[in-house]
Design a protein around this ligand. Structure first.
Ligand code: SAM
Length: 244
């Protein structure tokens, strides 16, 4: 792992990131082939090792597909909105214990939920923090409704919320080659969340009204716990558990 800068003015930022991550700070043109590299500039970009032939990662909530989805509001994620019981006029508070790159959490915030995002992988949390900061400059609802906690949800203090949301990594199956390149990159970086069952317990303790677990459509339920309700799509489903 290395932090690199592509311009002199980004060098100080790269220094700070290298100190935070405990990795070397190098020039962008001197990154070893086998290294993961976080590059500073007008935005943070994560480059995987060159040999992996995987794309770079650069979350963006303002432009591209995610920017478009956020502008569409609840039409962009009707199943997610239903799963989290986002009724007009009373959007719930949401605690997303598996924030990742913040897509689901931001879709919920865009339709009115106050969302706390918890992410434990330091690089993923940094990319998300950077994308949120850029979004906050243009979208006033971002600082009002979204908060990021870069920590392990199993090992930090958290306030309960009406809805707790879980979307842990699931081991890639069968048609690996068909899995999107970005997903492959994410699996390489983060692994498979082997402790996701424990997260289920934590989620149940923190949910005031409902725990929602996103799963691949054919996957067994998390922690072997049968949900009380289900919302199914073509490839994904949401398992619903009432608060205990
Ligand atoms: C599949 S991704 C989530 C994707 C996210 N729903 C989105 O829309 O971008 C799962 C993420 O959960 C994070 N994670 C897993 N267990 C966690 C825990 N105990 N605490 C915090 N983050 C966790 C992983 O690091 C990974 O980034």
């Amino acid at each position: 792992m290395a932090a690199a800068s592509d311009a002199p003015e980004a060098a100080e930022h790269a220094d700070r990131l290298a100190a935070r991550l405990g990795c070397p700070r190098i020039e962008a043109n001197a990154v070893p082939e086998e290294a993961w590299c976080l590059q500073t500039g007008d935005r943070l970009t994560l480059f995987p090792p060159a040999a992996s032939k995987l794309p770079s990662l650069q979350p963006d909530f303002l432009r591209g597909p995610m920017g478009h989805r956020l502008r569409r509001g609840r039409h962009a994620a009707p199943m997610l909105a239903r799963a989290c019981a986002v009724n007009a006029g009373a959007p719930p508070s949401v605690l997303d214990l598996t924030a990742g790159l913040g897509r689901d959490g931001m879709l919920l915030a865009a339709i009115g939920c106050r969302v706390t995002l918890v992410e434990r992988h330091p690089l993923v949390a940094l990319l998300l923090e950077d994308a949120l900061a850029r979004a906050a400059r243009e979208l006033d609802w971002v600082p009002q409704r979204v908060r990021l906690i870069p920590a392990d949800a199993l090992d930090c203090e958290l306030q309960p919320a009406e809805v707790v949301y879980l979307d842990p990594m699931f081991p890639p199956r069968g048609k690996q080659a068909l899995v999107k390149k970005e997903m492959q990159l994410f699996h390489r970086l983060v692994g498979h969340d082997e402790d996701a069952d424990a997260l289920f317990e934590r989620g149940r303790q923190l949910a005031l009204k409902r725990l929602v677990v996103k799963r691949p459509r054919k996957a067994p339920p998390l922690a072997g716990m049968r949900p009380s309700g289900r919302i199914e799509g073509k490839t994904t489903r949401y398992d619903l558990y009432p608060a205990t």
